[in-house]
Design a protein around this ligand. Sequence first.
Ligand code: ADP
Ligand code: MG
Length: 700
Amino acid sequence: MPLISSPPVWREFFQYYYENEINRLAGKISSGDGAERSIYVDVLSHLAFFKEGILAEELFTNPDRVISDATRGIELTENIYDVRLENCVPRFVNLPVARRVLIRDLRADHILKFVSIEGIVRKVTEVRPKIVEAVFTCTSCGKKVSTYQESSNLKYPYECPACKSKRFVFHPEESTLIDSQRIKIQEYPENLKGGEQPQSIDVYLEGDITGLVNPGDRVIINGTVRANPRGMGQKRLVHMDLFIEGNSIEILQQEYEEFEITEEDKRRILELSEDGEIYDKIIKSIAPSIYGYEDIKLAIALQLFGGVPKRLPDGTEIRGDIHILLVGDPGVAKSQLLRYVHRIAPRSVYTTGKGTTTAGLTATAVRDEIDGRWTLEAGALVLADKGIALVDEIDKMRTEDRGALHEAMEQQTISVAKAGINAVLKARCALLGAANPKYGRFDRYAPIAEQINLSPTLMSRFDLIFVLTDDPDERRDVELAKHILRTHRLGEKLEKMRNVSSEFTRQSIEEEILKVTPVIDPELLRKYIAYAKRTVFPILTDEAEKRITDFYVGMRSRAKENSPVPVTARQLEALIRLAEASARIRLSDRIELEDVERVIGIIRKSLEQIALDPETGEIDIDYAFSGTSKTQRDRIMMIKRLVEELEAEYEKGVPEDVIFEEAEKMGIERGKTRELLIKMREKGELYCPRPDHYRVVHNY
Ligand code: ADP
Ligand code: MG
């Protein structure tokens, strides 16, 4: 069937619907302003109504011909400046949902069709000029010859039209150039079912739509699907790679808008929010197959709802995202918890510290393997923007990521400055990390900082740290075993029912099923979270504020003179964030006393696990993060001075016994002194010239 599309038909369309835009663009061109050369056509609002939608349909099925007609149609339009609208590009946006194709569903049938794909920008190359029309001179007769360039390799003229010579000199400065960029779009991480690898597709962009997007942006790309034979140069394969020649980009607002919440959903969410047991219900909806860990599950619930991100009048931005670190023995279900959160979080990215891509956790600039262009690639934290990044084995992350993580966790940005690339990417995500102890098992009596391969400064950026130990405890072991066995047995029954005929029916095992079924359906919980984050912005009540102040000042006051500093301003901010999240769970506009109490409880639990100085039985953040408590630090200083003084008398090292005796006079008992001596030796403050004789290491 012949197409109705032709330059005059398009001229009619543009003249009718886009007269103002045509004049505006003509004005810009006549004043020599800028590189803008685009006319945006709204398909659903305009093109779909023109010629009964036939022209739109032709665009979808025959884009090459139709876009070329439309381009010439623009040239034919009249404008008040009387300039010729040469090389202006029609860009089509707002396509019907029926034209949306999932990246993983792109097939041979789509080749040379106009489609709309949606996803997250994973990589962008630098914007660089590309030759559209190359100019040459013939070396024999000097004639100028120009050639249109269609592929990526520069095409020379076949022969000189004047003298038939086949030798030419290329003139890049006289050739026609256009900005070009290649980007990679990846499926949304949240749309993947557990364990699926995200698929991606390359998009080629030209002209004024280059340089518009950053890794991490969520976009709709409208364009023509094309195929390229795989392989390079002479060696081409029959297998093809698909790519999209991008015609337009729509950048999406990065909110939880992809969740459609119906009136019925809303009714159920509001009902749940008024339930007196809501916190308990949410805890029971997080990984019900994992036994215990109610505190951790509550913390995760708070993390899912999040605090309120704020921008202050002086421009300061304060994060609302809550970061949590799970530290502990192998086999205590850390990874399992992370995977579960990945399943229920409205938006999340799951990765391991080692990372699955070149960009690792953060972002990096790499040289592209195809054309050598510098490429900016987003890592997990950028892809998790406005969601949760789940990082298992975070202690094994790469050195490059360690530095970047400080910035990412506090400022929520990731800066990349390398080669031609200078970018600040957004990473507004909460981080849930899991780490294993350096020496296999966690030692309750040694400070956490010494046992985890993470720097103290990095650790202090987590709002909450939990230690999961696998200490034998008969009562708990029995319960845990029962729980795991019950879960496995239920799994066995379900598999049997699924695969062969069996004596079990769903009804007969209903009760067992209920025990490991989340109280709130994950689908509803996800909507609940999205709804709360979108609509609830709670404010501290006076009582809540007073309680927080009292708690903070109370902990701080113990820091008088010689006692350790228990809580820093960082913990105060964590407290506020967590209290905001707690109010959000109730969909409450007010942060009440109950929120603060709930949060104080959980912060205490976390601090008791990581910051209890075994010597004094007091909470001491310094002890947690630096491995030495205030008391210890004081004693270390005392012993160091002591050894220093005695050194003059004992050239070959101060005998241990002498140190014990003298230290005892200062109130440090023998056992303690022995411990400290070992510690100081390990840290390189003392050394032993002979066994049991000590000298101070001087750092000149
Ligand atoms: P980790 O990452 O801490 O090394 P995993 O998440 O790989 O541990 O857990 C190991 C296995 O032990 C998993 O199959 C997990 O389900 C099971 N497991 C450990 N602790 C529990 C628990 N409290 N409840 C249920 N299963 C558990
Ligand atoms: Mg693990």
